[in-house]
Design a protein around this ligand. Structure first.
Ligand code: BTN
Length: 270
């Protein structure tokens, strides 16, 4: 008997995700939610909170800089992981660590070559396929960071993007490919956990640099319009640039976005 290979994304399944995660993990799978990051924030102080929330669609998916994140059903991966920082470390480290984890998972399960656009975007073949939004939950008394919620949005299966983003956004898989979302989610969690164990050694930054699509390129800093060349990613995940004036500058806040000269993502505001 010949089994026809089903095309498209698989149905999300708690069991199928959890069975592939090393060391146990409580994954909450939802069909629809406003935003997995918002839901994780609502549950963060609950003693029975999940470690990871995954949704099939989001009605108010959020991106950086107050942007929305297009989250259609059945084709994307929308997930939020809860991390407990061991010290009041730079949230940027978690964003960069997650970008590396997502790249490693994609490389392991597909033949694609993902690249990272500082700080939180992953591109394949010139199109943005993934964005990361890390948010801190602070202790209301001493203001220390209690949790970091790391949201990952991936255009996994082939999707029809709205006009405003269709020039920039792409999907990891093409129409006729079938790579299983449950397996990818588990692999991202496994890779992230491996990096997280030694996050403060900052060893993973080298993996981040290797996949950087900005190093050596002429860039513009969007909120200041400064133009320079991206020289390095420092050990904290910050971008070191040399401005046209020759001055060196380190960009480390999550509120900064850059555009690579010649790319179209600036005008599309994605
Ligand atoms: C960006 O591109 O600026 C970041 C996008 C992050 C989207 C993910 S989807 C899962 C999680 N929930 C959200 O509302 N946002 C993040």
């Amino acid at each position: 008997m010949i089994f026809k290979q089903k095309i498209g994304c698989d149905k999300l399944s708690k069991r199928k995700i959890e069975r592939n995660i090393n060391g146990g993990c409580n994954v909450l799978v939802l069909d629809k939610i406003d935003s997995t990051n918002t839901e994780m924030k609502r549950r963060a102080l609950d003693p029975n909170k999940p470690d990871v929330i995954v949704a099939n669609t989001q009605t108010s998916g959020r991106g950086r800089l107050g942007r929305s994140f297009f989250s259609p059903s059945n084709t994307g991966i929308y997930m939020s992981m809860l991390a407990v920082p061991k010290s009041d470390e730079n949230i940027l480290l978690y964003t960069t660590a997650t970008a590396v984890a997502v790249c490693l998972a994609i490389e392991k399960l597909t033949d694609k070559n993902p690249l990272i656009k500082w700080v939180n975007d992953i591109y394949i073949d010139g199109k943005k396929v993934c964005g990361i939004l890390a948010e801190a939950v602070t202790d209301e008394f001493n203001k220390s960071v209690r949790y970091i919620i790391i949201g990952i949005g991936i255009n996994w299966g082939d999707a029809k993007f709205p006009d405003e983003i269709c020039e920039v956004a792409g999907s990891v898989c093409k129409e006729n490919e079938r790579i299983l979302r449950n397996a990818v989610i588990a692999e991202i969690i496994n890779e992230f956990r491996k990096i997280e164990e030694t996050i403060f050694d900052k060893m993973f930054i080298e993996e981040y640099r290797k996949r950087s699509m900005v190093l050596g390129k002429k860039i513009v800093v969007l909120n200041t319009n400064e133009v320079g060349v991206a020289e390095d990613i420092d050990e904290n995940g910050a971008l070191v640039i040399t401005l046209e004036s020759g001055e060196s500058k380190t960009l480390s806040t999550g509120e900064i976005s850059i555009r690579i000269f010649g790319n179209t993502d600036f005008k599309n505001n994605i």
